[in-house]
Design a protein around this ligand. Sequence first.
Ligand SMILES: [Zn+2]
Length: 501
Amino acid sequence: MDKSWINKPRLSQDYRLGVKNFLDFAFGKSNAPMVKCPCTRCSLAKSKTREDIEGDLICHGFLNSYTSWIVHGEDMCVTENARVPSDSAHVELDSTFNLLDDIFPDISANMNEEHEEGSSGQPMDTDRPSASSGNSKKGEGFDEIITKYDMPPPLAAECKSFKWKIEVIDTAGKIEGKMITSKEVWKIQNSKVIVHFDEVSGQPIGESGGLLGSWLGQLSNDVNLLPINYSDWRMVNPHIKTKVWEVIQSKFWFDDPPTRKVFVMSALGSRCKDVKLRLWKEYKRDSLSETLLNRPENVPENQWGHFVHMRFTEKWKKMQERNTESQKKNSMPHVCGRKSFSRKRNDITIKTGKRPCRAKFFIETRTKPNGSFVCEEAKTRAEKLTTLLGQKSHVTNNAIANLDDEYAQVFGPERPGRVRCVGRGPTPSKLVNHSPVTRQEIENSEMVIDLKSQVKELSDQARVWASSFAVAFANIPNPAFANVPSPPNPNQERSDDAVRD
Ligand SMILES: [Zn+2]
């Protein structure tokens, strides 16, 4: 049987035909509804249905060390096709994602509360942008970044010519006021837009915050920089994030970059998610093959293939159904439009001269311009909040949220890792203690992400090796080392010593 297809591009005719032949073979030999999946992710450790294995083999690739299909009933004595030596560099770095999530559930939840639609999916494909665009070469200088990223990506929607009132700082440190559109930010050279942050919440505010948000929306359309073929922003390759952060910093100035990075990158992740939703809505067709052909002009073929295949799996469909269900339950939409909670809160602060607490903020953001509420549920909650606020003693407190504030009394306590009605960023401990996130905490959490990605690479490697060994051993009828005595048990030795003493 020809197995050369195993190393061919996964969207090629040969590969897909090969997958079909493999499935016919495996399910022809076995009467069971499930067999071991030979994708690089399952590494013959998991049994799956034909349909699932097909999806896995397209998404993750075929374990290239598995060339004698002994686990699936192929005769071991077949001499054709000597085993291809395992080339771990060839195997995709794919996922111990679920494993890591089990180990670090709290950390990942705290790092970024934005779960991608279907967050149990795969991390970034290693068909990295470098393959298609040469973008992420290491050592690209800052000047190159400035000249390369000097206009919005082609996929970005035509931006409105709204002029934001901001300040720019030049290389000499001179600050100057300006009126500028987000499109003009791409042209800026030798100076950067100063972004203002709210000290308590750590979120960008004012016109500079709005401009940053609008510009990030454009940047998120750059599929060469930020490929669309991942399903969880938290697992996007750290090299890509580092590069993106450099591009952002070439246009915007931050008072404390390591601290601001966390917020900005998380906001960008959410914009990237919007891009994917938009692409899917516009380009999806009834069948897999039609959708594959309907590729948007600026999206590279390998990205589109992966993106589409992922969305045509059963797993994905189930996830979508679950998401639709939970969206139905979110019955109290706010009226902020695209304005972030932090900017909205800042507007209210300026208007009333006082920072709104969560209860006031909830009421304000669920009231339509004509004074009515967005829905009955919101009205009932708002009335309860108003009553509680009326009973409150007039102690002034500048914190946005307290664990026992009126909002908590009406909506119940916070789940770990997030605070509702505040917006992206802080976790309860940060806000409630009223202490800004310290640089040390940021560095610690970045270190955790680095370590996570190292652990992932190592365990992926170990998995590939383990499966190559399993295959190699299975191919040897009587391994020469079968008779080698096992090493002495160290515990045994120690107890002997103890007796002798
Ligand atoms: Zn699999």
